[in-house]
Structure formats: structure tokens, C-alpha cells
Design a protein around this ligand. Structure first.
Ligand SMILES: [Zn+2]
Ligand SMILES: [Zn+2]
Length: 138
């Protein structure tokens, strides 16, 4: 279901089907993401500052990619640390640590009547899925 909301990036109103940013910003993001991903391929140990200088993409945008689980902080070196938004533990990507994700998922399952924060929840599940894939690799 589409609803009208403000773009989290540029503040313009747009019709959202779950996205936090508008289509224009999304396209812009995709370009930046490709740049950052390409840079990291050549410089796998670069930290966020080097990536920012090398690509012209602002640091907070790079961190946003990590936070949303699109990039893994481990590829960006030690300086780029993401913290669990709930308990503050350092994590590699996403918004919550594995323990908090589990608790949140359980709380969610127990309380289906709670007003769902659809975007946040979707993010959480994507991150959880990614983490599961990662731990299988290790
Ligand atoms: Zn926008
Ligand atoms: Zn946590």
C-alpha cells in the first residue's frame, strides 16, 4: 500500500511503498553505492574516510549503506564501526546485534497486535537474513 511521506534524504513528499527515500534520491543512492562498491573492490582495506575521499561520497552516506546492510563494515576496516541501535554493541552491518534482533523478533512474534513499523521491521529481517548467510560462511 502506497502512502505519502517525506523523503528521509531531501524532505520532498513522495508516494512510498515502504521506501524511506524518494525515487530521485534512490537513483542517486544507487550511483553512489556503485561508486563505493567499485572503490572497495580495488581498496578492500580502505577506511570510511579514504572511501569518502576516493569516491566523493559523503561519510554519512557510506555509513548509511552499512547501516542498511548493503555494505559490510568489515570491508571498510577497523575505523568503520556500526553500533547496535539498541544496546550499543559494535556490529558489522545492519542496525541491531544478533541478540537484539532475536529479542526483537520474538517480541514482534508475541505481540502481533502491536502497530508495525513496517520499514524498520523489513530492515531488521533483511539484516538478520544477511547475518545468517554470513555466519554460515564463517
Ligand atoms: Zn529525496
Ligand atoms: Zn544489541
Amino acid at each position: 500500500m502506497a502512502d505519502i511521506r517525506n523523503c528521509a534524504r531531501c524532505g520532498r513528499l513522495f508516494s512510498s511503498t515502504g521506501n524511506r527515500i524518494c525515487p530521485a534520491c534512490l537513483a542517486e543512492d544507487e550511483k553512489r553505492f556503485q561508486k563505493v562498491a567499485a572503490y572497495l573492490k580495488e581498496h578492500p582495506l580502505a577506511d570510511v574516510l579514504e572511501v569518502s575521499q576516493g569516491t566523493g561520497v559523503e561519510e554519512h552516506v557510506i555509513l548509511e549503506f552499512v547501516r542498511t546492510g548493503r555494505l559490510e563494515a568489515v570491508g571498510l576496516g577497523e575505523k568503520l564501526q556500526v553500533q547496535c541501535e539498541r544496546c550499543g554493541r559494535p556490529i558489522r552491518s545492519g542496525r541491531y546485534c544478533a541478540a537484539c534482533q532475536k529479542e526483537l523478533a520474538e517480541a514482534l512474534a508475541q505481540n502481533t497486535a502491536a502497530q508495525p513499523k513496517s520499514v524498520e521491521d523489513a530492515d531488521m529481517y533483511i539484516t538478520e537474513f544477511k547475518l545468517r548467510k554470513q555466519s554460515r560462511k564463517e
